[in-house]
Design a binder for this molecule. Sequence first.
Ligand SMILES: NC(=O)c1ccc[n+]([C@@H]2O[C@H](COP(=O)([O-])OP(=O)(O)OC[C@H]3O[C@@H](n4cnc5c(N)ncnc54)[C@H](OP(=O)(O)O)[C@@H]3O)[C@@H](O)[C@H]2O)c1
Length: 280
Amino acid sequence: MPITTTVITGATSGIGKETALALAKKDHALYLLVRDMDKGETVKQELISASKNNNIYTVFCDLSDMESVHNAAQVLKTSLFSINVLINNAGGVFNQHQLTKDGFEMTFAVNHLGHFLLTTLLLPLLERGQARVINVSSNAHRFGKPMFKDLQWENTIYSPLKAYGVAKLFNIYFTRSLAIKYGPKGITSFALHPGIVNTNFGEGLGGTGKTLLWLARPFMITPEQGALTSIYLATASRIDAKSGKYFKNMKVTAPSARAIDEVGRNKLWDKSMELIQPFI
Ligand SMILES: NC(=O)c1ccc[n+]([C@@H]2O[C@H](COP(=O)([O-])OP(=O)(O)OC[C@H]3O[C@@H](n4cnc5c(N)ncnc54)[C@H](OP(=O)(O)O)[C@@H]3O)[C@@H](O)[C@H]2O)c1
């Protein structure tokens, strides 16, 4: 059987780590894109010893730094002919308004734009691998209201949860755009909500966010459970007809009304394309 080549971001903890472990056990060749190489190496060794799969590699990639994303894509392009599965899993919520070194708001950069650039740069490999692109979104997209005139939150009072909601809404827009634009070339794309999962997510939050997280903690599912929909989408057969859809508990579910708005979806595509041009 041909080996499935999978690239995953955010596999150093939580949902991504459990997803990577399950795929390692299914003998995928795994490329872990990590922002901390020491942590990445430790996780890689854990995955190898738990799965007996030696086909696991780390590549440095800080999604908040577009040059780093570009360099990671270059490494993959020189090492691989094709990619079968790309899991855009890394993400986070940030307590304060912060701009990255490229001038992007941190939530927007890490959850959306870094993955948008990575996926765009990898398109030739994804096409050759007839790949699935899996975007880990969140039900938090339901409180996201995009402000295309102020994507970097410079003239709007910053709210960590609102910024996160918008970024996760963008994951759904991106998924559908990819499915429409690249479906004819054999690429499929899926978005998902993993559940409310007990991971490192939200650790830096203060105020209301911290309280909400503390209240929710006893009801959270485990990272193993939270990884199930990502694993399903990476491995299930005959799901091509569901490309572009949003999943929860391994089933298609309806996202918010805003998430199916074509105008917003197209605006995001055009704006993101414009923003990544210097890094292509
Ligand atoms: N937990 C939940 O309840 C929940 C609910 C809905 C959606 N999600 C989504 O699920 C995904 C995984 O989150 P999680 O809950 O597993 O959280 P987590 O345990 O905090 O894991 C986040 C992962 O993203 C990586 N990451 C963060 N910033 C990065 C950057 N700048 N460059 C590269 N990698 C970066 C982290 O790397 P380090 O190890 O170096 O920090 C870590 O591997 C996220 O997209 C999150 O939005 C989570």
